[in-house]
Write a protein that binds this ligand. Structure first.
Ligand SMILES: Nc1nc2c(ncn2[C@@H]2O[C@H](COP(=O)(O)OP(=O)(O)OP(=O)(O)O)[C@@H](O)[C@H]2O)c(=O)[nH]1
Ligand SMILES: [Mg+2]
Length: 349
């Protein structure tokens, strides 16, 4: 199949004068290196230098997207200089973190880590460091097996289908042949929406009759991938059924059928969380975690959210790696999660 879009059209232009490991993103403070986290790295591929260079520009987009969240966090802190000897200063810090949807356990942990420092020094810098530490290492997406299966779950409207479309596009852009499976047979327009994305990503599409068995769609897609020698199957699921219990039972069934069809599958189970829902997203993750074993989170709609701090709650409270972030509706708006860049964009800008 011929590509309709070249890679140069999906990556932002490189920063002028940038090159190699010393690249600095637009707007990064002097002396701060960009933690370039590329699609190649996420997928475990060799990393071409031009990809590192081009993706450094994503930091600027992330920083813009996290503007609202950053203001929610820093407005309260900026008013006074931080004095570690002042109890009220610590209380203000805690309040600011909780207001930014970091959640109580992750806030307590951040404060504990800051208090454990011999000296806090510049609060912003210290907080960026500790937040990055809490977020952990950049994640990877396990798509080494052929075929690999990525099951995508989440509440309705969080951005599952859109994220799958973008992911399929980037997988294709990195040399993977992809099949997308419309195992959301509940909603009328769901198939059509996924099929449009499949076209953009040059992925094969597997669907069913409306109201058909979602697990059977996943089964058919894996069978097709094996028969056609495709690399990755990405399975879209419903976000809403008649009742929440039905949904969880259905997802668990889809998972069981995938496991039964292909040993080791699903290789990834991504939970899509809408960042604008903040702490609600944490509760969703607990619920989905019980039904299907979630291996990572795609945090979407950071562009419209003031609750980006929820990434810290997800990482710390649930121990789930955030693997992808969504900052808009376009194909270039999905990006591998870079913990240090994220912490910096969230806290210091
Ligand atoms: N601003 C913004 N919008 C997004 C992002 N990701 C998804 N959306 C939008 O959110 C809306 C819902 O996205 P879908 O992909 O249909 O969500 P879904 O989880 O598949 O929804 P259901 O199929 O109903 O369960 C769409 O209008 C998307 O364009 C994002 O990162 N930023
Ligand atoms: Mg959908």
């Amino acid at each position: 199949m011929r590509r309709s879009t070249g890679p140069e059209s999906i990556v932002p232009p490189a920063a002028p004068g940038g090159g190699g490991a010393g690249l600095r993103p637009v707007g990064a403070a002097a002396g701060q290196e960009c933690e370039v986290t590329t699609w190649a790295r996420l997928l475990g591929d060799e990393e071409p230098a031009e990809e590192r260079q081009a993706e450094a520009g994503f930091f600027a987009r992330l920083r813009d997207s996290l503007g609202k969240s950053r203001r929610a966090l820093t407005d309260q802190l900026a008013a006074a200089a931080f004095d570690p000897a002042d109890n009220e200063a610590w209380e203000r810090l805690e309040e600011a973190l909780i207001a930014a949807d970091v959640g109580v356990p992750a806030t307590a942990e951040l404060v504990r880590r800051l208090e454990a420092r011999a000296e806090v020094g510049d609060l912003t810098e210290a907080l960026v460091d500790e937040a990055a530490g809490l977020l952990g290492e950049p994640g990877t997406l396990d798509v080494r097996e052929r075929p690999s299966v990525v099951l995508v779950v989440g509440v309705n409207g969080t951005g599952k289908t859109t994220t799958i479309g973008k992911l399929a596009f980037h997988l294709h852009d990195h040399g993977r042949s992809v099949i997308v499976a419309a195992a959301d047979t509940f909603r009328a327009a769901a198939e059509e929406q996924l099929e449009i994305w499949a076209g953009r990503a040059e992925a094969d599409f597997v669907g069913s009759e409306r109201g058909g068995d979602p697990a059977a769609v996943a089964y058919d897609a894996i069978e097709a991938a094996s028969a056609r020698g495709r690399d990755v199957v990405v399975v879209d699921t419903a976000g809403r059924l008649h009742t929440q219990t039905n949904l969880m039972e259905e997802l668990a069934k889809i998972r069981r059928v995938i496991e039964g069809k292909l040993a080791g599958a699903p290789h990834e189970t991504l939970l899509v969380i809408d960042a604008t829902t903040g702490q609600n997203g944490v509760r969703q993750a607990q619920l989905f975690g019980q039904a299907v074993q979630v291996t990572g989170v795609a945090l979407t709609k950071l562009d419209g959210s003031a609750k980006g701090g929820v990434a810290l709650a997800i990482a710390h409270e649930l121990g789930l790696p955030v693997k992808l972030v969504g900052v808009g509706e376009g194909v270039e708006d999905l990006h591998p999660f870079a913990p240090r860049d994220f912490a910096r964009a969230l806290i210091s800008g």
